[in-house]
Design a binder for this molecule. Sequence first.
Ligand code: CDP
Ligand code: MG
Length: 655
Amino acid sequence: MLRKRLPIFASRNQLLFLVENFQTAVVVGATGSGKTTQLPQYLFEEKWGTQGIIACSQPRRIAVTSVAARVAEEMKVPLGREVGYAVRFDDVSSDATKIKFMTDGILFREALLDPLLSKYSVVMIDEAHERSLYTDIMLGILKKIMKKRAELRVIISSATLDAQVFKEFFNFNPTPSDTSKDTSIIVSIEGRTFPVDIQFLKTPCSDYVNEAVEVALQIHKHESEGDILIFMTGKEEVDVVVSTLNDLAKRFLSSDLFSNNTHNLEPSTKTSARSLRAVPIYGGLTIEEQSQAFDAMPDGIRKVVVSTNIAEASVTIDGIVYVIDCGLVKIKAYNPTTAMESLIVVPLSKAAALQRAGRAGRTRPGKCFRLYTEKSYGEFRDNSIPEMQRSNLVSVILQLKAMGIDNVLRFDFLSPPSAESMAKALELLYSLKALDDYGRLTMPFGLQLAEFPVDPSLGAMLLNSHGFKCAEETLSIAAVLTVQNVFISPSNARLDAEEERRKFCVEEGDHITYLNVYNAFIKNKQSQQWCQRRFVNYKALLRAVAIRKQLEKYMKKFEVDIRSCRGDTVAVRKAIVSGYFAQAAKLQPDGSYVTLRERTVCYIHPTSVLFNRSPGYVVFNEVLQTDRTWIRDVSVIDDPKWLTEVASHFYEFKK
Ligand code: CDP
Ligand code: MG
């Protein structure tokens, strides 16, 4: 039986004993040791599923779905029965579910509806070392719950050695000098890990995407058997590396493609794999698409998995012997001065670089090729910054308020966010009318906004569309905004795609354009052929239809009148402004824009229909940070009075 071969199996009885006797167990073990897939099963076998459900939370959606599928398979039950999962807009669980995997965000939502999490007997917060926003919040919430529910068991699992902070955070021992009264404990799982030989670049490279391809080919040519895992920063890069490698692999057998040897690979070792195949893995893939990365290749083919940060710890891929690490990671960053949250690419932390290298030493000694110099490594920070300290806190604070935690400044944060970020969030919530003059949640609006499983600005746009009589339209727009990337532009048909896209575009901006696409999709009976012809993303639109249904359910529950404004795009844009007034910008003489409140210079992104059109005032949803600050999903504000109409206090503050 394979389950017994995992490193965690040796600790099974000890783990169960400690869970029985301590309120909190902090489980530390290398990635792949079996924490996520085995621990919930051990608890289930020990009957922890009879008094309640065993919850296991993950920071990433993709980990939730892949792990749930794996555990259901190991237990030989259909997914959704004893083993289920829940991610936003997708709940595959039932009354029979005893082990439930979910994102940490979903667990937090459950705590909103059931403040003591009374359905659960054990809550396992997995991948705690990632320190995601909702993981951190859940730690604080669980601490509160445990004071009222002594029988609740909490397991914190971490792939790195930073366990002490978690142990101390959860230790309710009133007499710290007497450790026999500790309520929390650390368990380390002895992993089987093999040494990893780490190689740095001698001189910095200018293009890590090309360098990664080059190094993969060299490994393939000179090194012995074993799969390769490449870390890139985002989906676009992953796709480029995958297609470049696969194109080259086609020509591989007949020619010798590589000559320069920057990594001093030993030319003597003969590889037994004759060809190679690259497969992607990143957050946006469906379960079927992901499975390619996990499946073994036919004999003689070397697998190259090209991944975003997600394979660093969230998912385990067997058979990896070589790791190529670009040394960068894409993270969310929030700047309280500009009130903008954006995605930026930054150098890794040393802890993360170590974790990535470790992926190579799981089955036998491996090698890690770092696409940066030892000197740059020396400049990496030791640990990554918790997401809590680099996020927009609007959602979190709204939900804490809805849980009755009025004084959010005094909430027990493992790493408290800056007072400035909290103040910004409170101010926006007040302007959205979710909080009253005393900082209390407004009824019913504030509470509905907290319950809505979307960003508060999007939620406000939807709830306010009642007054503008355009809920039909805003629902469709919200659904499309949630799925993103409805237009496709294949490299072999760029111009055709561009021409088709132009037919949907309207001068009011991206939102009305999305609405046109959505409506045309419905009018054409959700036809896949139609999507192909018009270069729009069939799967994304199908998902938008499903999401729209879910959002509509909430709207009905909140008794919002679902009406259509029949083409009155002013009404629709006013509804958008009523949620996104804080994200408004004014045209400058040089063609750039400046946000109205914080006066940040920004530019309309080239993918927007308003690119190069220069309307006087705009409202936008998203910020993308590169060398410039780009705004995306942009609509025209015909008259700046719209802003004072819907958010008088927000814009009068300033004066
Ligand atoms: O959580 P942790 O990183 O400690 O390990 P895990 O995710 O429970 O994985 C344990 C083992 O299960 C891995 O070594 C994989 O061999 C296998 N696994 C898999 O094959 N497919 C999955 N979707 C998840 C795990
Ligand atoms: Mg895990």
